[in-house]
Design a protein around this ligand. Sequence first.
Ligand code: I6G
Length: 683
Amino acid sequence: MAPSAQGLVSMSPPESAAQRVEALRREIEHHNYRYYVLDQPVVSDAEYDALMAELKALETGHPELITPDSPTQRIGAPPSEAFAPIRHEVPMLSLDNVFSDTELLDFDRRVREHLGVDRAEYTAEPKLDGLAVSILYQHGRLTRAATRGDGTTGEDVTANVKTIRSIPLRLQGSAWPDRFELRGEIFMPIEGFKQLNAWALRHDQKVFANPRNAAAGSLRQLDPKVTARRPLDFFCYGWGLFPADRLPEAQAELLARLQDWGFPVCPELTVVEGAEECLDYHRSILAKRESLPYETDGVVYKVNRIAAQQRLGFTARAPRWAIAHKFPAHEATTEIQAIEVQVGRTGVLTPVAKLEPVQVGGVTVSSASLHNYEEVKRKDARVGDTVIVRRAGDVIPEVVTVIAEKRPAETSPIQPPGRCPICGAEVVTDPGETLIRCSGGLFCPAQLKAAIKHFASRRAMDIDGLGDKLIDQLLEKGLIEDVADLYDLTEEPVAQLERMGSKSARNLIQALEKSKQTTLPRFLYALGIREVGEVTAQTLAQHFRGLEPLIKADQETLEQIANIGPVVANHIVAFFRQPHNRQVIERLRDAGIEWETPEENHSRPLADKTFVLTGALASMTRDEAKTRIEALGGKTSGSVSKNTDYLIVGEDPGSKLDKARRLEIAVMNEEAFLAFLNQFVTP
Ligand code: I6G
């Protein structure tokens, strides 16, 4: 057990500067490990910063004490002119790939035949979409890091690799060989990638096409200070140079040792037996591919017994004892046939590329988002262009890049519209925003339709059966003009609509009736106030405990509420200032929409509780689950540890379930989780 922050900070009897420097380094390394590898910090950022500041001050006063592995030196190296070549002492091979179950069965058969066994044991782990590196440790210290390059010679990226906080500069424990090479993948987690691109967009910088390119671009920076600002992470998966007499019996055992020495290993790593379990593993990772925090393009199986690996040996390019079983591609190439404009609920005009239909990861894609007109300009996407489109999970497919070389003659750049293509209202841009909006508000049929759809949606008023097509018809036939009109609907005219009939009409009226008993947070969310999502709606409901005080609240009052900033406050005030909005609310209340007054909620009932999610939930996305936990004060983490309070298990759980069971952590299935959350929902 590492000493506590308190224990290390105390300084009696008086220490020499050298002792204090060493104590601080140990402590900072320990906190880096807790934070970046285990995701379980034990000190606040401020405490950590204070330790770093003290170490820096001591090193400034005693420059003779500075060592290359000091935590202050992670970002110390000056920019270089180029990356020096490094010849790998043990070649960095690549992996052979298979793309189908049959090919995997063939691989397993070859392994078994070669080893003369009926069943082989494999490690299985996701194949990360990043960059392979080889890192040399001598006497427990990181001394060199190189990219794969051509497998024989890579590039010296030591200064950049040292900036990655999850890679230890000094090893923990003591049983490591004096000189060994560690191999693994540097990658950019998806969240970090999104934030980096959002930042790049705001600062007119290069936007990366995907996390892999972002990781590669970040690692190949001549100035390590730039790399240090990039959200890079690392998982180790093997070794290069390693004394043969120090190798354990199995791959999994060595990875466990590496973990003990302070290296991060992918939490999804597991051991499987036989080809069937390999295929099960492939299916389970594929099922949760979109909810993993990093991009993966397949899974890797490796024969677990190291003696068996040695018997199988290598081909010229790759080990015979390992294979990558790839997933279907996320991306495909196709052609833009047209660029249309979509008008969203808040009036944002989104350019959408209409595509020559193409299969992406098993689904036909015929349109893809271009996000906004800044992006259209940046990518210079034009009708007739050949483009790479990408589809990931539930996310709307997007145009990733234009293949400039394939552009036909006579194309012209796309200009943003000056007027809304639906209602003709002027297009406006909010100060500081890049998005363009239709200024028509609810007079714009597209915005009105989207607002009604949002109002009826499951997490808002939950009006069962009121879908897109029905809303279209109700508007077209003039049966409704706003959301309040929904509650004046009667069975007869609804039954006359296309594909309706009296039974469906009755069901709709009943669903509308049922929706009248709601909660204040749901109602506030349903109103569709800009920037007021479910969590903000909860916050407002808890704070005001009624609609009237919220309607009357001014900007200043709103800004005093935790998590309500000036922009959100401004949208709320502007919404309730509109006479039309207040009239609609009054009519909704007159129609019988009601809720119980939310109870005062002083406590954050899940404060101090840490949740880990594994597997796919049927009733909500992972982000929604996180939002709900966080709204109640709880925390979520990506990996199971002894600090986890609950593991929430969806379809196809991964190795986290085994680990939670080992650590005797409370496990809830989806049903139990929903019941658990609902006990805290205030009416
Ligand atoms: O490129 C690779 C990615 C992942 C690998 C690899 C890996 O294991 C999870 N393992 C080996 C042995 C090699 N390349 C050569």
